[in-house]
Design a protein around this ligand. Sequence first.
Ligand code: ADP
Ligand code: MG
Ligand code: ZN
Length: 709
Amino acid sequence: MCSTLKAYPFFYRRSEHLELAPASLLPLLERSFGFSCFRANQEAVCRAAIDGKDVLLVMPTGAGKSLCYQLPAIARGGTTLVISPLIALMEDQAAKLAALGFRVARIHSGMDRADSRQACMDYLNGTLQFLFVAPERMRVPGFPEMLAKRKPSLIAIDEAHCISQWGHDFRPDYRMLGQHLPSLRPAPIIALTATATPIVQDDIAQQLNLGHTARFIHGFRRENLGIEVVEVAKSTRGQFALEILSDPERRPAIVYAPTRKEAETLARELSNHFPAAAYHAGLEPKVRESVQCQFLDGTLDVVVATVAFGMGIDKADVRTVIHTALPGSLEAYYQEIGRAGRDGDPSRAILMHAYSDRRMHDFFFERDYPDAAELARIYSALSADPVDVDSLRSKLKMEQSLLDKALERLTAAGGALPDFNGEAIRGDNAAWRTLYLEQSKRRRLQLDRMARFVESNQCRMAALVHHFGDVEDALQPCGQCDFCAPQRCVAQKFRAATDEDQRHTRAILKALSSGVSQSTGKLYKEVFPREEISRTGFEDMLGALATAGMVEIEDTTFEKDGRTIPFRRASLTLRGENAEENDGIENALSGMRFKSDRPATAKRKRERTLVRDPFHAATPPDKIVPRKQTSTEPLAPEAALCEEQLRTWRLAESKRLGLPPFFIFGDKTMRAIAMERPRSLSDLLTVPGIGSAKADKFGAAICSICRAD
Ligand code: ADP
Ligand code: MG
Ligand code: ZN
């Protein structure tokens, strides 16, 4: 069956116009693999490998990467060496190739010695077309030398992201491959993976010492998926999800919730309206299985899941994927929205977020990546003799949670080696600190990228495609996201421009008319020195101008204190420059659509919370600017009661800690807490004056006071 009809016209067009068209690979494809056509990009990749070029191939799972080394293997003749990290994967591919009649052998730890020896002999005799090898084999003395005795004609490295510590699945055994490859050359190397951001790609190429590499980064665009990103206050997201999913056309759906508890609460709420259930790792395996089955067979319309969901799920007709919180990385986000519309029919991915989400991630980041000094204390206390972790804790006077986290990180960076008896020794990587700092920087970068994605004014799909490294494909807007097609949005609401909007818009265009691009933060201050409109409103307005093709917004970064800080520049497009002259501006402006007040209480809430300025070059994104103090307003009775209780608690706490009360929280902060009465840590983090350190220490106590009233 031919699954990519699109490949046909492309294929023939090329052959017609190239006078010296290289011999078609199609007959070989049909004869050897029984496929009647190539899938997108397969042929170009095969050709590069056949020509002896090193290849780095990044395409999503299921795109058909294996064929891209298998066909060149046959075309080049000789033996192709395939390095593959998972025994199951290796067995599966070897069996498939053997079934097609190829001569295949494999060597891994799950086989007996005689079979492995036979495989080596067959390899040396040159009777194999494919030899599959697990990477740890390279550690076996004599094995790489044996391979080098008879050079392979092609080397394929599957799941190549495992070689990079920036990939999500780093395998130290993969790391050593680079050392052994030179002795197996001059065979071309083809590295294959489904997940590699440009950083990981570079790392793979460097680690494997790839020569002039042909990079093929393809297939990340999803043609039938309209992405919407919408700012919604946390407290109203459940209701909003319900509104969206009430339309039966938008189901079946998957809703991603940040915690198990939230998944359960929302599932319960939704199940009053249509068949819905929660799915997360905390459920009994039996329950999970039954939810999964019911979702697959259509008994359940909606599954509310934590990230744990979906590893094995392949339901083709999911119409909507909703995120009720900001995901931790674009990689995770892309994978999750990828579950929508596998049948090819139009589908939507709706991401709800607010600034509090970012603070929540910051909070977890600080908890999960302790100061390197804490790791250093543990490292110095360790030696070659095992020490008991409990006694280490009392010796270092470190809190249990901090010690656990710091030890975990130190271990990951190679500075510690804990064992199963609760003891640990010093690890062999004396340079653990560099590695740790890099790891935490990467994590920070992932969070920054995610935040930038939701804040940016550009085609959502193009942004994702660009993130995964397909720069060329990223030039093409998708035509269906909240940026490209505001009129088709389901979640993001828009309104026509008012007279006032038009006035503001003209002011922006005028300020840009000098022709140079400007940082949007500076532009905002210049055009709206008295904050006539909010910063968010201003960004929305720029977004509308960009959608109308009058302004171009460029995402860029600068380095400050070792951190990469994102900001944006805006400039006029040709159309924007000529708008006034062409008299088209009236039309353009009246036709423009602005993000309307975000659903429900977003506005009121935003007024009270903090506004940060992530785009203005002079202001690092972690600097928070309090917008409006709330301390002079009279309190509602419940708030007053809550404030009273908080004061009592603060007094007790200050006695316990031997600190003055205002060291715990100032009066203004207490009042702000009383007004918001946060019930969860994430709500608490939206209150002005609450940093993650305080939330960590006092959050549980405060939330329980606030929940009590
Ligand atoms: P990946 O490694 O990219 O995840 P695979 O190489 O395992 O994907 O291929 C996924 C499926 O697609 C396999 O069942 C494979 O047989 C099939 N496939 C690959 N190329 C073609 C093709 N040109 N025509 C039809 N099916 C193909
Ligand atoms: Mg594969
Ligand atoms: Zn788009």
